[in-house]
Design a protein around this ligand. Structure first.
Ligand code: PMP
Length: 435
């Protein structure tokens, strides 16, 4: 039996963490604010499973928010990290492995002629925006409601009261003067994009978008949305940035840009290229990348950028995910899981929709078929999600602890894991229906 006085219980660990760590966590979504209850403190992970400090096993559909596409502690990745560590942890000097990773990324994503490594997705997006501003000599940026691009000042901004009003900060500490340069538009609203370019076109440095949005649950781009962004940016001389921190090497090997056949000017990456180690990257057209220091006047730097552990883990990772059929298998596994879940929910009589993009998925407690906007996401039944989340957690299935996050599957999820997940879902949905 576990209780909160047992020092290995999640409650005890959370209480202890909360003494010296704000909110007991080092990144807010981990605090279970969206679902209530106590976060799971992970002791270790292997393949498709997380284990808490009491040894309880969870089938993991978060995968560190995307990077663990091979599952946890894959032997080739672990081996690469051990070998790299034995050669030294950081040098603050260039290494051959950085060149290998850059070459691989540019080969897999042909829109990128050059790439610069960072240590996080936040840095990648912040730097790409600075670069776009430096390259164009313009200040304004367009982003979309419900998309997340890290926590840089310019990005913690929501729309003003009217669609085309200038942005207002969503976080304390973000100067209004900075927020006013960020224009926030509804995701998938083609007319809003056109209207915005009509009004501000010659002032817009860049558009930054998650080509498949994974930070408001999962929202797919409607037909013509990404193409409109491409066309408007080209016409206005603005830089189109695809934030593929989540979708890169996840929606498809070549990311959402390969899947939808749209070529951005700059791309930001993270997560998978470090195989779970802290890493990010941004890159794109040579003409734009030439503006980055030391070649050009846009400053960007990092002591740990291109860290040798992250690079050598990334090389091992990229090799494995390039295997023939890797993405087809991932998508097939996920379809099996989602189709099964939908059938069970229909059977039990609980309104539920599912969507997937490669190895990423969304679960929506709604009977609406419109899953294309931030607004539609806010109309899903959050209370039902919470109940589902806790029912699944109790049964050893770990979902993202928020109704507004995408889920992720890995190549190490076995058929037995998927079936076990469906049994847990069936029990949970029946319990929910019974009230
Ligand atoms: N962009 C997207 C699309 C993301 O999902 C995230 C993080 N989830 C970021 C940027 C920021 O990355 P990081 O947390 O590594 O700073």
């Amino acid at each position: 039996m576990t209780n909160s006085t047992d020092t290995t219980s999640n409650q005890s660990l959370f209480n202890a963490a909360s003494v010296h760590i704000p909110g007991g966590v080092n990144s807010p979504v981990r605090a279970f604010k969206g679902v209530g209850g106590t976060p799971v403190f992970v002791q270790k992970a292997s393949g498709a499973y997380l284990f808490d400090a009491q040894g309880k096993r969870y089938i993991d559909y978060v995968g560190s928010w995307g990077p663990m596409i091979l599952g946890h502690a894959h032997p080739d990745i672990v081996q690469a990290v051990i070998a790299a560590a034995a050669d030294g942890l950081s040098f603050g000097a260039p290494t051959p492995s950085e060149t290998t990773v850059a070459d691989l990324i540019c080969e897999i994503m042909p829109s990128m002629d050059m790439v610069r490594m960072t240590s996080s997705g936040t840095e990648a997006c912040m730097s790409a925006i600075r670069l776009a501003r430096g390259y164009t000599g313009r200040d304004k940026i367009i982003k979309f409601e419900g998309c997340y691009h890290g926590h840089a000042d310019s990005l913690l901004v929501k729309a003003g009261s009217g669609m085309l009003t200038l942005g207002v900060p969503t976080s304390l500490g973000v100067p209004k003067d900075l927020a006013q340069h960020t224009l926030t538009l509804p995701f998938n609203d083609i007319e809003a994009v056109k209207a915005c370019f009509k009004e501000y076109g010659d002032q817009i440095a860049c558009v930054i978008v998650e080509p498949v949005a994974g930070n408001m649950n999962l929202v797919l781009p409607i037909k013509g949305f990404l193409q409109t962004l491409r066309d408007e940016c080209t016409q206005a001389g603005s830089v189109l940035i695809f934030d593929e921190v989540m979708t890169g090497f996840r929606v498809a090997l070549g990311g959402a840009q390969a899947h939808y056949g749209i070529t951005p000017d700059l791309t930001t990456l993270g997560k998978i290229i470090g195989a779970g180690l802290p890493v990010g990257a941004f890159g794109g057209k040579r003409e734009i990348m030439n503006c980055i220091a030391p070649l050009g006047g846009v400053y960007q730097a990092g002591t740990l950028s291109g860290n040798p552990l992250a690079m050598r883990a990334g090389i091992a990772m990229l090799k494995l995910i390039r295997a023939e059929g890797f993405y087809d298998q991932l998508a097939m596994k996920l379809s099996f899981l989602l189709n099964g879940l939908k059938a069970i929910a229909d059977d039990v009589g609980i309104p539920l929709q599912v969507q997937q993009a490669g190895g990423m998925f969304g679960i929506y407690f709604t009977d609406s078929r419109d899953l294309s906007s931030y607004e539609a996401m806010t109309q899903c039944d959050v209370a039902a999600f919470r109940e589902f989340f806790h029912g699944m957690l109790k049964r050893g299935v770990y979902l993202a602890p928020s109704a507004f996050e995408a889920g992720f599957i890995s190549s190490s999820h076995s058929q037995a894991d998927l079936e076990e997940t469906l049994v847990a879902a069936q029990e949970t949905l029946i319990e929910m229906k019974a009230g």
